[in-house]
Every structure is written in structure tokens, then in C-alpha cells.
Design a protein around this ligand. Structure first.
Ligand code: PEP
Ligand code: MG
Length: 312
């Protein structure tokens, strides 16, 4: 009966002993705001803004951007909305900003790097965000490799009056030097999809190497732990917004590693909420330790499950 009650409960994310883990939604456009609300998301943990920019001969106007950002903020009063700046390039080429042919697009001029060549595009996006800025708004940059890049982004945001600024940690070097990166911003969010791609040198879209992309890989868990520990030492929030957060057992492990928020596809929220509510923070920590002590993804999953009864 308790399991059934937990499965239909839509309150805020928390462990069984009341440790809060806000549960947020990843969305890729305004059409998904309703799904996030219906699933009881406490906010948006990753607003992918590429939809505004793809397949266009000109970048969107500042007014169009303001409307899009305001719609998300209006939907979550008192919550939080993390808007990620344009993550163009690689698999998301921009018509208005063609990149010269690259042999390794995933390692090329993408994400924040693109803004070095086109600072006016970032300028307009940050000004649009500054116009709608309310306490709920958090702004973060994708594909940050170094503390120097974080510094540059944070300064650009501060110039526009944006006060709550973070970066994604999705490049292994940024995870290894998390303390330096975090010192430059207000929060970080781990993107496990790209972090896995780069840590295992395995294309995230290629079926032939998908085995390496198991988010239970102990090597990936170690990187997340490094970031969460650095964030905790700095007293700053560390979210996880990659697909790993959508697996209920792994979500418990991520909370046990020290993730302070979890963001996922709206359809995964109910399962993760129920999984967290059924286990204490101590169980999550023990499961995380047990998983990290294993030599393989399959062993890590099995070892964590011992401490997370009821979760597959
Ligand atoms: C990630 O890389 O984990 C992530 C959340 O961003 P995206 O999937 O949009 O690259
Ligand atoms: Mg990414």
C-alpha cells in the first residue's frame, strides 16, 4: 500500500527521511512545459534553447526570445528555471552560423565555444534573459572545459545583470578541475550524456558503442562524485541533468553522491520521486559507495540494488 501511495504522490522530491532533492524537468521547447507541470516538476532543470535557433537563416529576435523564456518562468512561480544558453554546433548545426567542415564535430566549435566567434549571438540571448530575470531564473552555459571559460561566461552574465549563473559539467577536464570551475559560478549541473561520451571516447549516438554509455559505469560515477564533493566543499549546488537522473535507482545513487537536484524527462519524474521517497539518504549513500566499489556497470547496478530494496 505504501508503494502504491508513493507512486501516485506528486509532492516535492525528498528521501524517506526528508532530505530534499528537488525534482526538475528537462525540456526542449514551450510545448513541454505542460508535461513538466503535469508530472509535478518543481521547476525546469534544463531548458534546451536550441529550438529557437535551429533551421533559421537569422537568429531569433530579442523579443521572440523574451517571450519564450517568460513562458517557462511564468509556469513555475516560486520554483526554479535553469535556462541553458545555445548549445549549437556538432549534431546541431546552425544555418545562420555555418561552421567550417570539421573532422570531429563533437570535439569541435560547439556549445559555449561557438560564442567566441559569434559573441553577438550570446549577447542577445543574455540580454533577453536579463529582461525577464526574476529570482526563479538561473542561466547556465554548455560545454565548458576550463575555469577560464567559466570566468568568461560569468563575466558576460554579470555585465548584463544576471545574478544566478552556472555551467554544465559535461567535459571530463571540467569534472577533474571542478573546484576551479565552481569557484567562478553560483552552481553547476552535471550533463551525464556528454560526460559519458567524452569520458569513454564513445559517440553518444552510435549504437555500436552504446554499451560504453551505461550510466552505471563506475568511471562515470567517480566523475560525478568528484564534482559533487567539490560543490559541497564550496557550498554551492550541484545538479544532475543528464539521462542518468531518469533511472530511479541511479537517481538514489546520484543523491547519495551529493547531487542537490535532479532533472530529467517529465515522464521519468514519477518513478524517481517514488524511488527517492522509499529510501533514506543513508541508504542512498551506502548504495552509492557500493556502486563505486565495483569494477563494471552491471556489478555497480547490482551492488546498489542490494541497498535500495524495491528498485529495479
Ligand atoms: C548532457 O550532455 O548530459 C546534457 C544534459 O545535455 P544534452 O543532452 O543537451 O547535450
Ligand atoms: Mg550536453
Amino acid at each position: 500500500a505504501r508503494q502504491a501511495a508513493l507512486a501516485t504522490w506528486t509532492g516535492p522530491g525528498a528521501t524517506a527521511d526528508g532530505h530534499p532533492v528537488p525534482l526538475l524537468a528537462n525540456i526542449g521547447g514551450p510545448a513541454e512545459i505542460d508535461a513538466a507541470l503535469a508530472a509535478g516538476a518543481e521547476g525546469i532543470g534544463l531548458y534546451r534553447t536550441e529550438f529557437l535557433f535551429l533551421d533559421r537563416a537569422e537568429p531569433p529576435s530579442i523579443e521572440e526570445q523574451e517571450r519564450a523564456y517568460r513562458a517557462a518562468l511564468d509556469a513555475f512561480p516560486g520554483g526554479r528555471v535553469v535556462v541553458r544558453t545555445l548549445d549549437g554546433g556538432a549534431d546541431k548545426p546552425l544555418r545562420f552560423l555555418p561552421t567550417p567542415a570539421e573532422q570531429n564535430p563533437a570535439l569541435g566549435e560547439r556549445g559555449l565555444r561557438l560564442f567566441r566567434r559569434a559573441p553577438e549571438v550570446m549577447d542577445v540571448q543574455l540580454r533577453a534573459l536579463a529582461t525577464v530575470a526574476v529570482p526563479e531564473l538561473q542561466v547556465m552555459a554548455p560545454m565548458v572545459a576550463t575555469a577560464e571559460e567559466a570566468t568568461w561566461f560569468a563575466r558576460e552574465c554579470a555585465d548584463k545583470g544576471l545574478l544566478d549563473v552556472g555551467v554544465m559539467i559535461e567535459i571530463p577536464a571540467a569534472a577533474l578541475r571542478a573546484a576551479d570551475v565552481i569557484s567562478q559560478v553560483d552552481f553547476v549541473s552535471v550533463g551525464t550524456n556528454d560526460l559519458s561520451q567524452y569520458a569513454f571516447a564513445a559517440d553518444r549516438g552510435l549504437g555500436a558503442v552504446s554499451g560504453l554509455h551505461d550510466p552505471w559505469q563506475p568511471g562515470l560515477l567517480d566523475l560525478v562524485a568528484l564534482v559533487a564533493e567539490a560543490a559541497s566543499r564550496a557550498g554551492k549546488p550541484c545538479g544532475v541533468c543528464g539521462e542518468a537522473a531518469a533511472d530511479a535507482a541511479l537517481a538514489c545513487v546520484l543523491a547519495g553522491l551529493g547531487a542537490s537536484t535532479l532533472s530529467m524527462a517529465p515522464s521519468a519524474l514519477a518513478g524517481v520521486r517514488a524511488g527517492l521517497a522509499a529510501h533514506t539518504l543513508e541508504q542512498c549513500r551506502t548504495a552509492a559507495q557500493a556502486a563505486r566499489a565495483q569494477p563494471s556497470a552491471a556489478d555497480a547496478r547490482a551492488a546498489a540494488r542490494v541497498h535500495l530494496p524495491g528498485l529495479a
